[in-house]
Design a protein around this ligand. Structure first.
Ligand SMILES: NC(=O)c1ccc[n+]([C@@H]2O[C@H](COP(=O)([O-])OP(=O)(O)OC[C@H]3O[C@@H](n4cnc5c(N)ncnc54)[C@H](OP(=O)(O)O)[C@@H]3O)[C@@H](O)[C@H]2O)c1
Length: 274
């Protein structure tokens, strides 16, 4: 069996590659910059862009399964895949598909519809907040031992990227999840203040959480985060302050073992915060 992994240099995709290799599957990856990407030996690397699917024809040759990242022209990518003989697609979607009037959710919803219309066997992965978003805190933790953000009491169910990847591999390699929409979260909701303490415990360092006003944070990150994305995040955090997110049992249901905790994630990433 051969699987094509898109988004393979991404936080989840790189673990999808590792999981497939460990299962003895032939892995081919698509990246826009093969020269910058490092993959294990045996991985076939193809230069390609999901924005230019017409050039992906050779990437799909001999491929059975596809791990698909939402970018570019999803419907055309799926068309190429189907014509080349791919039979199954696992889509990295987002929990935001279920949110009302949500721009990010909408782009993932469109991708989900394209997948469902493709005629391929499909599984949608709908993760909530990635624990890896907390890497945004690494530089201020390293430099000053502080996290500066609004909504310290926002309680979110951060998920370890390896859990998402392991679910993706299960959906690619077994028939059990065909046609399933899998809502994926970490095992518990933790406030940002508690997340800060969890990272502190992993690196044996006291870290302060400094509460910022939402407008102050938005101004501080304006060079890195587009205004509409900042507003989107502020809306999510405000909501999770009023009503803590609810964890799902999907990771455990699929993998037969509990979802990794944020403490495990922080230990795995301790070097990023030291
Ligand atoms: N962060 C969250 O909390 C969260 C929650 C739910 C869902 N999600 C969804 O998860 C996804 C992010 O996943 P991730 O963290 O694994 O990725 P990531 O670390 O953000 O990496 C981006 C990946 O996408 C690939 N990519 C981007 N545009 C591409 C294009 N036009 N053609 C080919 N490849 C392209 C990049 O490949 P190259 O640069 O190698 O070409 C890279 O591998 C997004 O769709 C996001 O909406 C995120």
């Amino acid at each position: 069996m051969r699987v094509l992994v898109t988004g393979a240099t991404g936080s989840v995709g790189r673990h999808v590659v590792a999981g497939l290799l460990a299962a003895g599957v032939h892995v081919r990856v698509v990246t826009r910059r093969p020269e910058a990407a490092e993959f294990a030996s045996g991985v076939e690397v193809v230069k390609g862009d999901l924005d230019a699917p017409e050039a992906l024809e050779s990437a799909f040759e001999g491929v059975d399964g596809l791990y698909l990242f939402v970018a570019g022209k999803t419907a055309s990518v799926l068309d190429q895949a189907k014509r080349a003989g791919v039979t199954r697609v696992v889509l990295l979607s987002s929990m935001s598909v279920g949110f009302d009037d949500d721009q990010i959710g909408e782009s993932h919803r469109v991708a989900e519809e394209a997948v469902e219309d493709s005629g391929l066997e499909w599984t949608h992965l709908r993760p909530g907040m990635f624990a890896s978003n907390l890497l945004e805190w690494a530089s201020s933790i390293r430099a000053e031992g502080v996290v500066r953000e609004p909504y310290g009491s926002a309680a979110q169910t951060a998920i370890h990227e390896v859990d998402i990847a392991e679910v993706a591999v299960a959906a690619l390699l077994t028939d059990r999840h065909v046609g399933a929409v899998l809502a994926l979260t970490g095992p518990e909701a933790q406030t940002k203040v508690a997340q800060t303490a969890t990272i502190g415990a992993a690196i044996c360092k006291e870290i302060r959480f400094e509460e910022l006003a939402p407008e102050q944070w938005k101004a501080d990150v304006e060079d890195e985060v587009p205004g509409w994305v900042a507003d989107w995040l502020l809306g999510i955090w405000a909501g999770a302050t009023e009503v803590p997110e609810t964890p799902t049992s999907t990771v455990e249901d699929v993998l037969g073992k509990p979802a990794r905790t944020l403490a495990e994630w922080a230990t795995d990433h301790a070097d990023d915060f030291r």
